[in-house]
Design a protein around this ligand. Structure first.
Ligand code: ATP
Ligand code: MG
Length: 140
């Protein structure tokens, strides 16, 4: 299978709780290569735009407030079967349902504050990567 890309964010809860290093190590150990990365802080407007697909859902306002509550790490990752393999690595949205050893099982505190984001399709990975990075910030 061809090498491809996914997009991730280490969310404000995991940053605040000091888990950036451990999460990046687990991502590297699972075979993902970082091709772009930045430490940044989303405005409420940018967070709302990023999660616009969830607009109108009951948790949307809470999600936007949370995602703009502190700094995040954004990154584009490369690996064969990147999108699906990364979703496996992070585990289910709700940490109570996340498989043992997954990033969310280890570091998420709740369904809302769940430590990491992972793209859900190749198409969204490309859209989300371009949302955060210019072409000149991606090094493959
Ligand atoms: P992400 O897109 O962040 O990788 P996901 O794809 O596992 O997460 P989505 O359904 O896309 O889950 O939801 C986006 C985010 O919205 C979740 O990661 C979580 O932070 C929040 N969220 C989803 N469902 C709920 C809920 N029922 N209550 C509170 N927050 C929720
Ligand atoms: Mg999602």
């Amino acid at each position: 299978m061809a090498t491809n890309r996914t997009f991730t964010m280490i969310k404000p809860d995991a940053v605040k709780n000091g888990h950036i290093g451990a999460i990046l190590a687990q991502i590297n150990e699972a075979g993902f290569r970082i091709v772009a990365m930045k430490y940044t802080w989303l405005s409420a407007e940018k967070a709302g735009e990023f999660y616009a697909v969830h607009k109108g859902r009951p948790f949307y306002d809470e999600l936007v407030t949370f995602m703009s509550s502190g700094p995040i790490v954004a990154a584009i990752l490369e690996k064969e079967n990147a999108v699906a393999d990364f979703r496996t690595l992070i585990g289910a949205t709700n940490p109570d349902e996340a498989a043992e050893g997954t990033i969310r099982a280890k570091y998420a505190t709740s369904i809302g504050e769940n430590a990491v984001h992972g793209s859900d399709s190749d198409e969204n990975a490309a859209i989300e990567g371009s949302f955060h990075f210019a072409g000149t910030e991606i090094f493959s």
